[in-house]
Design a binder for this molecule. Structure first.
Ligand code: CP
Length: 302
């Protein structure tokens, strides 16, 4: 592996190598192979978890970290992303982590850049968020051992969710029984492209689920302001402790990539009780999984 752009292009073996390495980093039985290497964090869209966990992961590995600020960079003078990244390479940057609101932009820039810098997708538009899917998979393995044959239900705004798409692609490789629940106006656009079961009724969807992954309604990506109607969405799709206890498996794991809209897609009391703690553990595991990603991509040189 030289780059991490999406889940389709990495093998099951590579995925397992990353989660096993993340476990070693978490258990402190593995030392860094990338001390002194340099990453630039290029976030053109806001982030808390992804940006901070890549930064902490890099620090834990003894790397140099550049928090690239797009607003104060020469991009504002018209410099292209390709030229920016090539200049960063010549300044000594070994890898860039890019988050952007345009789907596919990282792939496109990677094809244009002529020098051997590593590309990591920190989330591009509605396309992919591979490091999130890897940390979600790691968390599921930690909690339920294996995903094969397990019912994993993703509830929410899948139309706009790069997290859902990357999770579906990853979990499909490992034989999970994947269910998607959303109102018709937030469903996946190309339903034939994914081997999943679709629902619009949340009680049916979460019935006997081993994992319920709730997604944020991404208001900033909706064309019409105030759509969907929050109170209507909450009435039909909000996950709370009662619905989880009543319909899901008794050992259900609640997940959410964050940030969460409290009392819209998930109740505030559920987030704050024991079931909600897994969501914080997801964020914590993000550090170890991102250490594994950086170590894997950068250990062999550019
Ligand atoms: N899950 C996730 O990508 O969160 P951030 O937007 O805070 O990075």
């Amino acid at each position: 592996m030289k780059h991490l752009i999406d889940i389709e292009n990495i093998s099951k073996e590579d995925i397992l190598n990353i989660v096993n390495l993340a476990k070693e980093f978490k258990n402190k039985t593995k030392k860094s192979d990338v001390i002194g290497k340099t990453i630039a964090l290029m976030f053109y869209e806001n982030s808390t978890r992804t940006r901070c966990s890549f930064e902490i992961a890099g620090q834990n590995l003894g790397m140099n970290i550049i928090n690239f600020d797009a607003n104060s960079s020469s991009l504002s003078k018209g410099e292209s992303l390709k030229d920016t990244i090539e200049n960063l390479y010549f300044l000594g940057v070994n890898a860039v982590v890019i988050r952007h609101n345009l789907s596919g932009i990282i792939n496109n820039v990677m094809r244009l850049v002529k020098y051997p810098i590593h590309f990591i997708n920190g989330g591009d538009g509605t396309h992919a968020h591979p490091s999130q899917a890897l940390l979600d998979f790691y968390t599921m393995l930690e909690k339920i051992g294996s995903v094969e044959g397990k019912k994993i239900t993703i509830v929410g705004d899948v139309t706009h969710s790069r997290v859902a798409k990357s999770n579906i692609r990853l979990l499909s490789k490992f034989g999970a029984d994947i269910h998607i629940c959303a109102p018709s106006y937030l469903q996946l656009e190309n339903t034939q492209a994914f081997d999943v079961t679709y629902h619009d009724n949340v009680k049916e969807a979460i019935k006997d689920s081993n994992v319920v992954m709730v997604l944020r309604v991404q208001n900033e990506r909706h064309e019409k302001e105030g759509y969907p109607d929050s109170s209507e969405y909450k009435r039909l799709y909000e996950i709370d402790t009662k619905s989880l206890k009543q319909y899901a498996s008794k050992d259900v794991i609640l997940m959410h990539p964050g940030p969460a809209n409290r009392n819209i897609e998930v109740s505030s009391e559920l987030l704050d009780n024991q079931l909600g703690k897994t969501i914080l553990e997801q964020a914590q595991n993000g550090v170890f999984v991102r250490m594994a990603i950086l170590n894997t991509l950068l250990k062999g040189g550019n």
